[in-house]
Ligand binder design. Structure first.
Ligand code: ADE
Length: 232
């Protein structure tokens, strides 16, 4: 049977450490999304575009200072070869000084058709890469990771689960924490009584309108307690 979902997305990730990114895409929801053809994720080893016999991709920084800088030419070659094959909506660079990633940005990116994500390493990339090729710079938080790979996996996961058809029940992405600026309400499963710790009665009684009201109240209370900054 043909899939009833016609939209698919393509993510091209450019990295010096492709192995780091293999496992997040080979399990669970992301793997299922790839198998269903809803998303295509391609890992490109920057080394394949490196210079000379040693496939060099980094060099000392001009002006001195500790740490290597990723060179422009291998990145340019890789981005060019991708752009020759299709148009891209965004060329993203993962960096701790980028725009802070959140649910709204994930929602927006999930509507893209093709995106490139470049993972930084060492001291980062030559500034001219950012000036010439990058359309969006993203940080996943105010801390520094050893490279952009884990951040790229986080961003890809948050985007892919929003693509229609990826989650079994499409509404479940809409009820995630942060979609409505509310944190998600608590959830329970069997047993209804675990060592005297019981599930709220309203969830057991089958009145769906009461359950909905209870969930809204709990989401509100939880947000007020943990993240009052999200509330109007
Ligand atoms: N690379 C290193 N740290 C990062 C961060 N916090 N967000 C995105 N990319 C990064």
């Amino acid at each position: 049977m043909r899939s009833r979902y016609f939209c698919s997305m393509r993510i091209d990730i450019i990295t010096a450490l492709p192995k780091l990114l293999e496992s997040p895409f080979s399990d669970s929801i992301l793997q299922r999304a790839i198998k269903k053809g809803l998303v295509e994720v391609n890992l490109h080893n920057l080394r394949d575009y490196g210079l000379g016999k040693h496939k060099q991709i980094d060099d000392y920084q001009f002006g001195g200072g500790a740490g290597m800088v990723m060179m422009i030419e291998p990145i340019h070659r890789c981005i060019d070869s991708l752009k020759q094959q299709r148009n891209y909506d965004e060329v993203i660079y993962m960096t701790p000084d980028g725009e802070r990633f959140g649910q709204k940005m994930a929602n927006g990116l999930s509507l893209c058709k093709n995106i490139i994500i470049l993972c930084g390493h060492y001291k980062g990339v030559d500034q001219r890469v950012r000036d010439m090729f990058i359309t969006k710079e993203i940080s996943i938080g105010d801390y520094v990771l050893s490279g952009g790979e884990l951040a790229a996996a986080v961003v890809s996961d948050a985007i892919i689960r929003l693509i229609p058809g990826v989650l079994n029940n499409e509404t479940s992405a809409l009820t995630d924490s942060y979609q409505d600026n509310l944190l998600a309400p608590p959830v329970y499963t069997r047993p209804a009584d675990y060592q005297g710790h019981t599930v709220p009665n309203v969830l057991l009684e089958g009145n769906f309108s009461l359950i909905e009201t209870w969930r809204e109240e709990k989401a509100w209370e939880h947000t007020k307690k943990r993240r009052p900054d999200l509330l109007p």
